[in-house]
Ligand binder design. Structure first.
Ligand code: MN
Length: 243
């Protein structure tokens, strides 16, 4: 079964429902369950499942409370490690702080990456693998993050495997794709579809993926041919990873 979580503002809720219909029309799923609410508190119970489709990325926080996976990989253009109030830009910080997850790896971000020790971003029990080379200031001077461009998909995924152990929950925020895919409401990242598919495949080879979500879908995807193709191919790749 596939569970759609249409949470938050109308563009996200519309986008999720549109993608649900698209997946049925293209024969990728037979049917789906829909859970809809304006706020996280308003969500009725999230059913336990292996496949979720999510608009507002905050829904992943709700899923984690239900699935309790312990370890998570978040593929995202943003680290979602802001630490001011709970929303789509901070859910991972709160999930870590509240021990909803014990350890996390964020792969592919270009934004919200801690650069100094004074950063107001959450930094504990999380490892960050940016899309392109980035540095942070530590007690021993500037150090470069292990990143996709310099270390390759395998370099990153194998490092994450040593850090996280064998079994994970996987969330893929589609804003990790470049701006021309026009899927998410906020700033897109640096990956092309082929790079994202290669990353998902490598994660599937190296980890046991207990469940996944595909997140940050908005109604922009209705008018984006590249976006629709990406949604279908990423969903297919994710399904293969848990089968
Ligand atoms: Mn996100």
């Amino acid at each position: 079964m596939v569970t759609l979580i249409a949470l938050g503002e109308a563009p996200n809720r519309e986008g999720v429902k549109y993608v649900g219909r698209l997946l049925v029309r293209e024969g990728l799923v037979d049917d789906f369950r829909l859970v809809e609410a304006l706020t996280l508190q308003g969500l009725p119970g999230i059913p336990e499942d292996k496949c979720y489709i999510v608009g507002e990325h905050l829904a992943t926080y709700g899923i984690l409370k239900r699935v309790k996976p312990g370890r998570i990989i978040s593929v995202d253009a943003h680290t979602d490690l802001m630490h001011d109030y709970l929303d789509h830009g901070s859910w991972l910080a709160y999930a870590l702080e509240e021990r909803v997850v014990e350890r996390a790896a964020v792969i592919g971000p270009v934004l919200m990456i801690p650069a100094t020790e004074k950063s107001r971003l959450w930094t504990r029990r999380v490892r960050i693998y940016p899309a392109i080379p980035r540095s942070r200031k530590t007690g021993r001077g500037w150090r470069t993050y292990v990143n996709l461009r310099s270390h390759g998909v395998l370099g990153v995924v194998e490092d994450a495997r040593r850090y996280l152990g064998p079994a994970i929950y996987l969330t893929v925020d589609l804003d990790v794709l470049r701006p021309e895919y026009r899927i998410a409401r906020f700033q897109h990242g640096e990956l092309c579809l082929e790079e994202l598919l290669e990353l998902i495949e490598a994660i599937g080879e190296v980890f046991t993926v207990r469940a996944f979500d595909m997140a940050e879908i908005s109604d922009r995807v209705k008018k984006s041919q590249l976006g629709r193709r990406a949604v279908l191919e990423v969903f297919q790749a994710l399904k293969e990873v848990i089968e």
